[in-house]
Ligand binder design. Sequence first.
Ligand code: HSO
Ligand code: ZN
Ligand code: ZN
Ligand code: ZN
Length: 262
Amino acid sequence: MRKVDYHLHSYFSADSEENPRNQVLEAIKYGLEEICFTEHHEFHFPGLSFDLDVSSYFDEIQSLQKEFKGKIKIKKGLEIGLDSRFKEEIDLFVKEHDFDFIIGSIHEIDDVEVYEDTSYYKNKSKITAHREYFEHLLECIDTFTCFDSLGHLDYVARYGPYRDKLIDYDKFEVIIHQIIKKLVERGKGIEVNTRLFQFPKAKIFYQYLLTEYAKTGGKIVTLGTDNHKANRTFDRIAEAQHLIQNAGFSDISTFSQRMLDK
Ligand code: HSO
Ligand code: ZN
Ligand code: ZN
Ligand code: ZN
């Protein structure tokens, strides 16, 4: 199974200050064969502007590809914020630029950010906060075809005022199955995002997702750390590979110009 990271950020994303060259150097040091930068772009994000300067970004990636040729494969990806209200703008943005790979993600719902200390979690039980997130995921997969892999299904578990923030998947089996079924029908991938892997319960959640995705006929699994800094001390890529293998997949999916690599 190849050692890759298909979810990472640099200063081309509004919430990262990392030089992309440091990301490349650190990835090589860590023994990765391939990385895909997945910089943020969001339309009308509440409180912060996630505008991607695509032409500067592509220039930088091209120069890194040249510099590190033969040492590591570098792809130019995107993490697009999905929001049905802005479907036309989102579809056009994706169509206009030749990204290698696109993650579809939800970071806000109706102008409320799903984030630490936001009103999203206010006066909401954990089960309601998690259910509403899954409902929006399902709606977005129905609305959008402009992405290759669904990002961090467990994003909602990163934040919130609950003692145990993690997802109790047994309470959401029906809606999770609907999400997975739709992804498979549309030929979309699922991402293993290692951000919460210091918690065993997060890995149990992903093991469940991967097993269900495989059972439903899904073929595309991507893997990403969601690093916004180059430092890889606590990387858990090997553990993610293990889960992916356990679910019956022989490799991780990679992309070039929006097509699955063979
Ligand atoms: N949309 C970001 C979360 C963030 N919000 C950072 C404000 N700053 C996901 O990485
Ligand atoms: Zn980010
Ligand atoms: Zn994200
Ligand atoms: Zn990200």
